[in-house]
Design a protein around this ligand. Structure first.
Ligand SMILES: COC(=O)C(/C=C/C1=C(C)CCCC1(C)C)=C/O[C@H]1C=C(C)C(=O)O1
Ligand SMILES: O=C(O)CCC(=O)C(=O)O
Ligand SMILES: [Fe+2]
Length: 356
């Protein structure tokens, strides 16, 4: 596997945003205040992200073709009738929220060590100058089992670990099935991506965004695309609307649908499809009075996998846009840099004279 390097970089003191907020600040600390060009504007363009009915996908062509359109035109969709019990969706939200509500010293027993990505804290901070996100994160590696760090699995709240296990097993099946239908939407054999990913890496990240007195000045999560093949995102019930995707040069909010899961194409699938299905830049914004929880699963290739565009998707009209590389190397590159739009994918791009 590709080890994540221990960072020698100085990141300075990182305020825990939940603790900050307890003091009801009237002024936002400078490290959270975004440059004027990055600040979220309130008037957001609303267009509906496509909704895919998972139960229709197995019935054939029509929904699979809608899925292909969603991947090609949006890179994001919401999936309904996905077969994961509502009770399990509620339970993961409950233990996630209970974890973030624990006292800071309890959460810090599972602190994310500098330069690593598992545990509680803020990932992707590499300098004292870098702006911070108004967010607390808790991340765990799940599969394959050797990526697990048992010391980082919380003892509190009750039922945390077993709920994460049960949830992740269901989400894994959903990812396998979605990748099968995504392959079929491209006219490929259903098993093609699963074979390519080998023993897929799976990780979960819970993001908690406390209310922020000045949501106009900060970001909950910096703009980025995910390094995964696909990502599954659950938006907490009762949470503020916070996820936005960058579409046609505008930030579009993803309005939560009851019991739906949000799926997005990650950088890996963009490469494998030679850019036909694109990873899309997204971010999270905060709310003045409401908090927000999101539970995010990254489903990615095994670190050993060498990948590049599938030959079936390269021809004279679609010349090869990405080089072949080792996913472990990509993973290392992704995790060693701040979140910065689609910048990480430049690692894989074959430079051309065209504008993309
Ligand atoms: C805070 O962590 C992340 O944002 C993150 C990390 C995921 C992972 C773990 C928590 C444990 C070990 C596996 C893995 C690195 C996937 C984001 O992951 C993105 C980045 C890549 C690349 C990816 O596949 O998902
Ligand atoms: O909280 C959200 O809605 C966005 C989360 C996200 O994009 C991520 O964790 O990668
Ligand atoms: Fe993301």
């Amino acid at each position: 596997m590709a080890p994540v390097p221990i960072s020698p970089i100085k990141v300075g003191h990182i305020d825990d945003v939940q603790e900050l907020r307890k003091h009801r600040p009237t002024v936002i600390p400078e490290r959270f205040v975004r440059d004027i060009t990055e600040r979220p504007v309130t008037a957001c363009f609303t267009r509906d992200v496509p909704v895919i009915d998972f139960s229709e996908l197995m019935k054939g062509e029509k929904e699979i073709s809608r899925l292909g359109d969603a991947c090609e035109k949006w890179g994001f969709f919401q999936v309904v009738n996905h077969g994961i019990g509502l009770d399990l969706l509620e339970r993961i939200e409950k233990v996630g929220m209970e974890f973030f509500m624990l006292p800071l010293d309890e959460k810090q027993k599972y602190a994310m060590a500098p330069g690593t990505v598992q545990g509680y804290g803020q990932a992707f901070v590499f300098s004292e100058e870098q702006k911070l996100d108004w967010c607390n994160m808790f991340a765990l590696g799940l599969e394959p089992r050797f990526i697990r760090n048992p010391k980082l699995w919380p003892k509190r709240p009750d039922h945390f670990s077993e709920t994460v296990e049960a949830y992740s097993a269901e989400i894994r099946k959903l990812c396998e099935n979605l990748l099968k239908y995504i392959a079929m939407s491209l006219g490929l054999k259903g098993s093609v991506f699963e074979e390519m990913l080998e023993s897929a890496v799976q990780a979960v990240r819970m993001n908690y965004y406390p209310p922020c007195p000045r949501p106009d000045l900060v970001l909950g999560l910096s703009p980025h695309s995910d390094g995964s093949a696909i990502t599954v995102l659950q938006q907490g019930k009762g949470s503020s609307v916070g996820l936005q995707i960058f579409k046609d040069d505008k930030w579009v909010p993803v309005l939560p649908l009851p019991n739906a899961l949000v799926i997005n194409i990650g950088d890996t699938l963009e490469v494998l499809t030679n850019g036909r299905y694109k990873s899309v830049e997204h971010r999270a914004v905060t709310h003045r009075t409401k908090d927000r929880l999101s539970i995010v699963t990254f489903y990615a290739p095994s670190y050993e996998v060498e990948l590049g565009p599938m030959p079936e998707l390269v021809d004279e009209d679609n010349p090869c846009r990405y080089k072949r590389y080792n996913h472990g190397e990509y993973n290392k590159h992704y995790l060693a840099n701040k979140l910065e739009g689609k910048k990480r994918l430049e690692f894989a791009k074959i430079q051309s004279n065209s504008s993309d």
